[in-house]
Design a protein around this ligand. Structure first.
Ligand code: SF4
Length: 232
């Protein structure tokens, strides 16, 4: 039986979706690989384009693209980047007219949360923040056993409560919620429950200083164990 094809853009060498053409020239998907989502799901892709006809979506997408543009500068010697993500955040929030920002942070990044609060307040925003441990509920509530506590058996250990973090953001109707260093899974719950616009400043990586891509940059050298097949 033929194997069902799924989109695998990561393995595409054609990238006909990102051609080097002059304005007004029409890209063709004929040369796209068989696993291209434009070939596999053309109706779905087309429908997403019409979503940008909604004025508020179109304007938001426009501002995001303008922000993207402003992250580069073109000099005689070529194009280069000029804005780190934290400044991108400040500029984009300003473009959107946001006034109140909410930081949902991991307790392990409380220092970063304080600095970020200082930075954002100095740029004129009202800043609220909620630590992941809000609620002080013990991990037993979610079925964690004594031997699964980070502090060890016999200690109270507060569970992370990303649902509360999200609901505080929702209740205060912050213009933009900013995730700062939430763990994998906790961030998933935060995203699931957050109903205000949301972005990510940083994700948790306990080993690589919250830069998870460092593991990928080393995957063919010092961190080669990532490339071994499960079971080998
Ligand atoms: S959308 Fe199609 S052409 Fe573009 S990267 Fe994915 S597979 Fe390649």
């Amino acid at each position: 039986m033929a194997k069902k094809l799924y989109p695998v853009c990561a393995r595409c060498t054609k990238a006909v979706c990102y051609p080097l053409l002059k304005s007004g020239e029409e890209p063709s998907i004929d040369d796209a690989p068989a696993f291209c989502p434009m070939k596999l799901m053309p109706d779905l892709i087309e429908k997403t384009i019409t979503e940008y006809d909604r004025p508020e979506v179109k304007e938001f997408a426009r501002l995001a693209s303008v922000q993207e543009f402003e992250c580069y500068e073109t000099l005689p010697e070529g194009r280069r980047t000029k804005i780190p993500r934290v400044e991108e955040l400040i500029q984009f929030a300003g473009k959107c007219g946001y006034k109140r920002l909410g930081i949902a942070f991991c307790t392990g990044l409380v220092n970063e949360a304080r600095i970020l609060t200082d930075v954002l307040e100095r740029k004129g925003f009202e800043v609220v923040s909620v630590r992941c441990k809000v609620g002080a509920a013990p991990k037993e509530i979610i079925g964690i056993r004594e031997e699964e506590k980070i502090r060890g058996p016999g200690w109270h250990e507060t569970m992370c409560n990303p649902i509360a973090q999200a609901e505080v953001m929702n209740a205060l109707e912050v213009d933009l919620a900013i995730m700062l260093g939430l763990c994998i899974g906790h961030d998933t719950l935060f995203i699931k429950y957050c109903r205000v616009p949301m972005t990510v400043l940083a994700v948790k990586d306990r080993v690589f200083g919250h830069n998870p891509l460092a593991a990928l940059y080393l995957a063919n050298s010092y961190y080669g164990r990532l490339m071994t097949k499960t079971g080998e």
